[in-house]
Design a protein. Structure first.
Length: 154
C-alpha cells in the first residue's frame, strides 16, 4: 500500500512540476510601434429641411457614403517581409513563417517560389485575400490554407 501511495505522490509532483512553467509563458514577442496619422478635417454638409413629398411620390433610401480613412481589404498582398501581431488571409504563400500560433490547413512544401516581392510591412494587423511573402513574423497567423517551406513556432 505504501508503494502505491509513493507512486501516486510522485505522479502528482511530476504533474505540478510540469504545470508551473505554463503560467509564465507569454506570446508578446512581436511589438509594433504605430504612429497615428492625422485625420483630415471632417466636412460638414448642410442639408436644407425636407419638403413634404407629393402624395404620389415614392420614398427612396440612399445609403450613407463609405467612411473615408477606413481601409478596405486588398485582394492580393506581396512583400519581402511582414511583421505584425496578426496576419489574416484566405491563402498564404511564404518561404518562412515564425509565429506563436498558426491556424488553418498547413501545407508544408519545398516548392514555394515567390517572385517579385518588394518592401517590408510593419503593422498591428495585416489582412488580404491572398498573401505572398518571403518571411512572416507574427504572434498569430490565420488562413484557410498556408503554403510554407519553413514553419517555426515559438
Amino acid at each position: 500500500m505504501t508503494k502505491r501511495r509513493a507512486r501516486v505522490a510522485a505522479a502528482i509532483a511530476g504533474l505540478v512540476a510540469l504545470a508551473l512553467p505554463i503560467g509564465w509563458v507569454s506570446a508578446d514577442h512581436v511589438r509594433i510601434e504605430v504612429t497615428p496619422q492625422p485625420q483630415p478635417p471632417s466636412t460638414t454638409v448642410i442639408v436644407p429641411p425636407p419638403q413634404a413629398p407629393p402624395p404620389s411620390s415614392t420614398t427612396v433610401v440612399v445609403p450613407p457614403p463609405a467612411t473615408p480613412g477606413v481601409p478596405t481589404t486588398p485582394q492580393m498582398l506581396s512583400a519581402d517581409q511582414i511583421k505584425a501581431h496578426q496576419v489574416r488571409a484566405d491563402t498564404i504563400y511564404a518561404n518562412r513563417i515564425e509565429a506563436d500560433q498558426v491556424l488553418g490547413q498547413i501545407h508544408q512544401t519545398k516548392d514555394v517560389k515567390i517572385h517579385d516581392t518588394r518592401g517590408e510591412i510593419k503593422a498591428p494587423e495585416v489582412a488580404a485575400s491572398t498573401i505572398y511573402a518571403d518571411e512572416i513574423t507574427a504572434n498569430s497567423v490565420v488562413a484557410q490554407h498556408v503554403f510554407v517551406r519553413d514553419l517555426r513556432r515559438r
